[in-house]
Design a protein around this ligand. Sequence first.
Ligand code: HEC
Length: 169
Amino acid sequence: MNTLHRRILNVSGITALVMLAVLSACQPAQETEAFTLPVSINEVMASLINHSADPIWIAAWRNPRSERDWRELEHLARQLQIGGALLTIPGTGPADKQWTGRAEWQQFSMQLSSAAGRAVNAARSKDIELISRAGDEIVAVCEACHTDFKPDLPTMNIYGELSPTADNI
Ligand code: HEC
């Protein structure tokens, strides 16, 4: 038994109960804080998830040609794989802890990460068919999570924003 426990047991009943209540109330907050991202999930979404997913869809339209193109695609797919895993950790956004606390959220995040992992393999083997398949899986997860957690977001907009138009490819 450590000193702290011995001291708690030594003080009078009420004080001990209060101290235990305070201790147990503090514990989870401290643990969560140690695993908090420095930015909001919305920021992770805009700067990392969205940014790295975009070229994977573009690649399915415009076959990467050079060794450098494929390497770039592999790095972006890897960023999306990492980004998906990061979504399991709350950041500074007001609803972040609420979202990451849900089992469905955790599942969607890891599904995104796995699908992006398959895009990494596809880029490594320079297989455009597999890139395209991984891209379809990725978009399905984006949509499913948005429908579940951000129902007021017009999810079709992500296509408008992400899909290249004839002008920019
Ligand atoms: C685990 C759930 C989840 C997954 C998976 C997910 N999103 Fe999101 N996304 C959200 C939530 C929730 C928001 C709203 C965040 C907020 O408002 O704070 C959001 C916001 C966004 C935004 C900003 C839109 C806005 O109006 O602020 C973009 C862009 C976006 N997501 C793109 C994507 C793309 C692209 C993918 C897939 C590659 C994806 N998201 C996967 C949950 C998810």
